[in-house]
Design a protein around this ligand. Structure first.
Ligand SMILES: [Zn+2]
Ligand SMILES: [Zn+2]
Length: 420
């Protein structure tokens, strides 16, 4: 009996893994252009971090976290999202991270115990970024420009940006009340979860995917009509800065984020016409989170996360990349293996990808393997050539081959791969 993998957790195999690595490198390089530096936080955090930051009444904390107590009895959780850990790290290492604004980005796995029938993974991956220390509308526009620029450069052409403002503690309670009253009149049509949410967190009802709740909330009051002057001004300035940056967007007043810590600007990048699974990246402003996590000062902040699996799926197959150039060393007799192995080690030492057969397969079988490996050149160690201190050098792309001296062959192999 072989051991199956954990449900909802997937192996990333070559050549797919090369696409992952390339996309991740492209993301970090793009982030660096905007001054974002990478932070790597642990996968395990104390459960209270997410209970406090994400919110007790969210689906994530109520139903989806991988939580357990470890051998010392500490309550730990495998991170379900990236922002709370970054804020925790920021508060712990404020001085080392440097002056405001601080720009941090990350890549890595997240864990949520979601229902598998949705086709969602329980270990999924995100690229994220967080900008701390300014509530300037330019910061919101910068983060959106960064995200939109990266997605475009990655090759995602057809995306649209939807934005909203969730207000702040000064004006959101008023909207809560208005929405809650509206929902009270339609209580019978809401799902069980939403009946409970109507009191605790009515905004989440707008986010519910159940058919009845979507119908019941048609005609709900718009949060954009309840914003206080400060929030309205801020939202207007974000829109102005986006227009100045040439970024197209539309308002979506029904957009709420699943997490309680968001304030003011929220946004989603969506693929038009893709239904419920259409969000590629999302985020928002979370000015109150640092204080919720015990920080002494209010730290304005805005950030986003990109779903890596979704992005890769949308980008399609594309180049597999990753080590297609190289050399295959064919031995016509096992007595040449020592020599071929020395060549292989020397070539690898000089930065050339080199392969050979260790099993004494036929020359024909070795050539088949060389073909499949995508090698650009094959060197054959043969009996008659060996007597003359030579090898057969085959250029796979040109389909030509000739006998040359061993020194010349080695020089050509190194030159060949330097051309890449
Ligand atoms: Zn519902
Ligand atoms: Zn407000």
């Amino acid at each position: 009996m072989t051991i199956p993998s954990v449900r909802g957790m997937k192996d990333v195999l070559p050549p797919e893994s090369a696409r992952w690595a390339a996309l991740e490198a492209a993301y970090l390089a793009y982030a660096a252009r905007y001054g974002f530096r990478e932070i790597r936080t642990p996968i395990l955090e104390r459960t209270e971090l997410f209970a406090r930051a994400v919110g007790e009444s969210t689906d994530i904390v109520e139903k989806e976290m991988y939580s357990f107590s470890d051998r010392s009895g500490d309550n730990l959780t495998m991170r379900p999202e990236g922002t709370a850990p970054v804020v925790r790290a920021l508060l712990a290492h404020r001085a080392e991270i440097g002056d405001w604004p601080a720009r941090l980005c990350y890549t890595g796995p997240m864990f949520r115990h979601e229902r598998p029938q949705k086709g969602r993974l329980r270990q999924f991956h995100q690229f994220g970024a967080e900008l701390f220390g300014t509530d300037s509308p330019y910061a919101d526009a910068e983060v959106l420009a960064f995200l939109s620029g990266f997605l475009a450069e990655a090759g995602l052409a057809e995306i649209s940006l939807e934005i909203n403002s969730l207000g702040d503690p000064a004006c959101r309670p008023r909207y809560h009340k208005a929405l809650s009253e509206f929902l009270a009149s339609r209580e019978g049509r809401l799902c069980d979860d939403c009946r409970r949410r109507r009191i605790q967190n009515p905004l989440r009802v707008l986010d519910c995917k159940s058919e009845g709740c979507i119908k019941a909330t048609e005609g709900a009051p718009s949060i954009l009509d309840s914003l206080c002057d400060d929030c309205r001004l801020h939202f207007g300035s974000v829109e102005k800065a986006l227009s100045a940056a040439g970024i197209r967007f539309s308002r979506n007043p029904r957009m709420v984020r699943g997490l309680d810590y968001y304030r003011r600007t929220t946004f989603e990048f969506v693929i038009p016409g893709m239904g419920a699974q259409n969000t590629v990246a999302a985020g928002g402003r979370y000015d109150g989170l640092a204080e919720m996590l015990g920080g002494k000062e209010r730290i304005p902040a805005i950030g986003f996360a990109i779903g890596v699996e979704r992005l890769l799926m949308l980008l399609g197959e594309g180049e597999s990349g990753g080590g297609s150039a190289g050399v295959f060393l064919v031995t016509s007799n096992p007595r040449f293996m020592d020599e071929a192995f020395r060549w292989k080690m020397e070539l690898i030492g000089k930065g050339v990808r080199a392969e050979m057969d260790y099993e004494g397969r036929s020359v024909k079988a070795q050539f088949r393997r060389a073909d499949r490996s995508g090698a650009r050149a094959v060197v054959v160690f043969g009996e008659s050539e060996d007597a003359r201190g030579a090898v057969v050098f085959r250029d796979m792309a040109a389909g030509s081959q000739e006998e040359i001296s061993r020194d010349e062959a080695m020089r050509r192999l190194i030159r060949l791969t330097k051309e890449e």
